[in-house]
Write a protein of this length. Structure first.
Lengths: 121, 136
């Protein structure tokens, strides 16, 4: 069992990393649903664990981009600081809704991202 | 400027609610709102994601919703995957990647919805997901 679980985690991590490297995002859009569907995580546990993984992914990617001089500190803070306030709000909001609601909202997010990709936006 | 701040706030709410980084919203906020190029916006978005994910993970941990060991394993494996992803992005037509990932995400969304509608979610799902499953 432990072996299969490790394989699944490796597959999820690789897929999230590929997605992140290919499209310049954090990879949470893959980590959350795959933890739920493949590893039996509850929605809240999947989202919290995803955020922990994203800290590492984003830090590594920012370091690489920083070497090439693509990172703008001032602009990053300008969107990042209000987002920190937002994430506090979003996290508390999430504790008050059902797991099923989280899952359905997530499915809607996936559909939007998928359509944007398919439409080439 | 003001739209960048507002989109940042919304991106943070989505990040906390759904456990994603918020990059999909940061990038347009940085290109449209602050006039960065696409590449610089993607790089800067990743910087903005760090404090958001850190604070979100810390809050979720206080609610008992973080499997730290799994998160670290996923993060480290994903860094290797990301390096491969950049290499693949340079070798394969971008349109094919977009269509492939788009279809995969639609498939995953369908699986989530079907599971929600059938109601076979398992009783452990509501209460922090039984510890037994997590540490198998």
């Amino acid at each position: 069992m432990a072996g299969r679980r490790t394989l699944r985690l490796a597959a999820i991590g690789t897929a999230a990393g590929l997605f992140s490297g290919l499209f310049g995002v954090g990879g949470g859009v893959l980590i959350v649903p795959l933890l739920v569907l493949w590893c039996g995580f509850g929605e809240r546990l999947a989202t919290g664990t995803s955020l922990a993984a994203i800290v590492i992914i984003a830090a590594a990617a920012t370091a690489v981009h920083g070497v090439y001089g693509n990172v703008h500190l001032r602009e990053g803070l300008l969107v990042g600081l209000p987002a920190v306030a937002g994430v506090l709000l979003g996290t508390e909001l999430q504790q008050r809704i059902s797991s099923r609601a989280i899952s359905l909202i997530f499915a809607a997010l996936l559909a939007v991202v998928a359509i944007a990709l398919l439409a080439g936006l | 400027m003001i739209e960048a701040v507002l989109i940042g706030l919304v991106a943070g709410v989505v990040a906390g609610l759904l456990g994603v980084g918020g990059g999909a919203l940061f990038v347009p906020a940085l290109t449209i709102g602050l006039g960065l190029s696409q590449l610089d916006a993607e790089a800067t978005s990743l910087l903005a994601i760090i404090p958001v994910a850190l604070v979100g993970a810390a809050r979720q941990r206080s609610h008992g919703n973080v499997d730290l060991r799994t998160g670290v394993v996923l993060g480290v494996v994903a860094v290797a995957g990301a390096v491969a992803g950049v290499a693949i992005a340079n070798a394969v037509p971008e349109r094919g990647l977009e269509v492939g990932f788009g279809l995969f995400l639609l498939f995953v969304a369908g699986r989530l919805v079907r599971r929600d509608l059938r109601g076979d979610r398992g009783s452990g799902a509501e209460v922090g997901q039984g510890a037994g499953e997590r540490h198998v």
